[in-house]
Design a binder for this molecule. Structure first.
Ligand SMILES: [Zn+2]
Length: 188
């Protein structure tokens, strides 16, 4: 929830960001990455946190950055997603804007995508999305008005078989004394 005490003024309005205006998955400026030194995992396979806790890794063994959860703190960073909320909404198929269950019929689920019809003839088959699905409670209209890269360039699609199959993250290379952060990669 956005609390008036911490919510700054929305541009041009002089009033705080109203609750519900900022999408659920959006990261806020006060949600900093927490320091967690990355070390070589025991046995030499991959990376680990020096003080790794059970919840730092998902069930696929992926190590997730530690980030503060302070929704409503600072200003919304509309081009960034919060990794915890994004994962939650993707895994539970919640609306990326309001966190309610995404719109689903018996056969399919509602998704909002950048219009890619010009990219390939069979689009959107096998399309990869980094944003969770949406509901039908007005969230499509809300997010397409806010989001500059979607404005005038979006479609909704019904997805029959959504599959969680990828991670976007930071690749580390072997280094001494510690692994060295390299590029950001997508792993399917
Ligand atoms: Zn919604």
């Amino acid at each position: 929830m956005i609390t008036p005490a911490t919510a700054p003024a929305a541009p041009g309005t002089g009033v705080p960001w109203p609750p519900g205006l900022v999408p659920y998955v959006t990261r806020w400026s006060a949600e900093h990455e927490l320091p967690a030194p990355v070390v070589l995992a025991r046995g030499g396979g991959g990376t680990a946190f020096a003080s790794e806790q059970l919840h730092d890794r998902d069930r696929h063994g992926v190590l997730w950055i530690r980030r503060q959860v302070h929704q409503g703190g600072g200003i919304p960073l509309f081009s960034k997603v919060h990794s915890v909320r994004q994962r939650y909404a993707m895994r539970r198929l919640r609306c990326q804007v309001c966190r309610e269950p995404a719109d689903r019929s018996e056969q399919d689920l509602l998704w909002l995508l950048e219009d890619g019809r010009a990219d390939r003839p069979d689009w959107p088959e096998r399309e990869v999305a980094v944003h969770p699905p949406v509901c039908r409670g007005g969230c499509v209209e809300k997010v397409t008005e806010q989001c500059p890269h979607l404005r005038g360039n979006w479609v909704t699609v019904r997805v029959r078989e959504p599959v969680l199959d990828g991670i976007f993250g930071r690749l580390y290379l072997p280094g001494r004394p510690l692994p060295v952060p390299a590029t950001k990669v997508t792993r399917l």
